[in-house]
Ligand binder design. Structure first.
Ligand code: GDP
Ligand code: MN
Length: 404
């Protein structure tokens, strides 16, 4: 019994995590040779900056002001707010700001009759007869770095680029455990996205700031029954034969949720969007479009759908292996050396999980297991049909943003 449990524990871990480590190392290598951004074009792309909002009275004014002060030809940009029936004063603040502020940017709004989720709001935009070159979707609680729109304009001057997203810069206190966890996870995640972009495309996008070419996405619809509107659009762009890349120097600033609970709910919600994305977009359906991209999709599908379940199997076997070994010792049956070694490794993993954030290796293990846990719950949530499309905004992070 002990042998079977040990074998199961080790093989499930290797088969599950092996492809991920392989993919990560490969992408890490590519992330150093990222693609070169085109120089400034003589004619800039025209942009519709889409601002999806639901109950954002705290930050909307700040956000609009942040946008109009971006350095971009004012006749080449317009702002389009899409509100899904906010129950607070978001739209009153918006209309007041629109009538009082002085700038040269065209500002419009669309009012949806009810809240159907962010993906549904994006679908509403995709049927709008826009006569601009691209939409730039940006969240109310994200601030753009200086020159962000110009970087987007430069990328769009390359006809091979169908979509580009920004890189998150985390604002605020970094001493809290769950923020360290998030940052460690983020640095891994960032290397993957940049490496995949260098190879061809990243299927996973940062929706807080992302631009999509209108000639590709307008007239299409995403699946409004789940989140991940950003990654859904990135995958769509690849389905149409174009590229979706993350630019490490296209920055936006955000505060992370301050409480542990808010952070884990958000992690679960985002994981749920991605497991839906990868279970509904089969990697093989991209093999005739682009081999590199179908390979990236295969890896990411493994990472989001299969690895977490194998990690779970490995952890369960580990648990029973520890229990059975303890019984053996109690009954004075000597443990074989391979089981002893496995138990030592298990203890080291458990210790670093508990006290991990003091040590880099512990940080990595902690954030790995936390992300696996979110993916396990998200996969079960998907099978049970749990709906994650409606959520309350994190108030604390928005407070920090306006006090900044
Ligand atoms: P998080 O960053 O993933 O935690 O998500 P946020 O709570 O910051 O929401 C991202 C953006 O989507 C914000 O600008 C929200 O106001 C907006 N949003 C969320 N739900 C809806 C919705 O149902 N409709 C619309 N139009 N916008 C929404
Ligand atoms: Mn947000």
């Amino acid at each position: 019994m002990l042998d079977i449990l040990a074998l199961l524990q080790v093989s499930a871990a290797f088969i599950g995590i092996g492809p991920f480590v392989f993919h990560w190392m490969r992408m890490k290598k590519y992330s150093n040779q990222s693609i070169k951004i085109p120089s400034e074009p003589s004619s800039w792309a025209s942009l519709t900056i889409v601002l999806p909002v639901w109950n954002e009275e705290m930050v909307i004014k700040n956000k609009l002001e942040d946008l109009v002060k971006q350095d971009y030809p004012k006749d080449k940009m317009e702002i389009l707010v899409i509100d899904s029936d906010s129950s607070d004063s978001t739209m009153e603040i918006f209309h007041k700001w629109k009538s009082e502020s002085s700038h040269d940017v065209k500002v419009k709004s669309i009012q949806m009759p009810s809240r159907l989720g962010k993906s549904a709001a994006i679908n509403r935009i995709l049927v709008e007869p826009l006569n601009t070159d691209a939409i730039v979707i940006t969240d109310a609680d994200a601030l753009l770095a200086d020159g962000a729109l110009r970087r987007i304009g430069r990328w769009l001057s390359d006809p091979n680029i169908g979509a580009v997203c920004g890189s998150q810069q985390i604002l605020g206190n970094s001493e809290i455990n769950h923020i360290i966890d998030e940052k460690t996870y983020r640095s891994f995640y960032h290397d993957l996205r940049i490496g995949e972009s260098a190879v061809f495309s990243s299927p996973i996008f940062e929706g807080s700031l992302a631009a999509y070419r209108n000639s590709l996405v307008l007239g299409h619809q995403i699946d409004a029954t789940y989140n991940a509107d950003d990654s859904q659009l990135a995958v769509l762009v690849n389905r149409l034969g174009s590229r979706s890349i993350m630019d490490s120097e296209l920055c936006f600033f955000e505060y992370l949720p301050t409480t542990k609970e808010a952070a884990s709910i958000r992690r679960l919600r985002r994981a749920n969007g991605l497991v839906h994305l990868f279970s509904r977009n089969k990697p093989s359906s991209f093999s005739s479009i682009n081999r590199n991209f179908s390979r990236i999709m295969r890896m990411e599908s493994w990472i989001h759908l299969i690895m977490p379940l194998l990690v779970l199997i490995s952890l369960i076997s580990m648990f029973f292996h520890i229990i059975f070994s303890t019984f053996s010792v109690i009954r004075d049956v000597p443990l074989q050396v391979n089981h002893t070694i496995l138990l030592i490794i298990d203890s080291l993993i458990l210790i670093s999980l508990l006290f991990g954030n003091k040590l880099r290796i512990g940080q990595i293990l902690r954030s790995f297991f936390i992300s696996q846990w979110a993916l396990i719950l998200a996969n079960f949530g998907m099978f049970r049909g749990v709906d994650y499309r409606y959520w309350e905004q994190d108030i604390e992070s928005r407070k920090s943003l306006i006090e900044r």
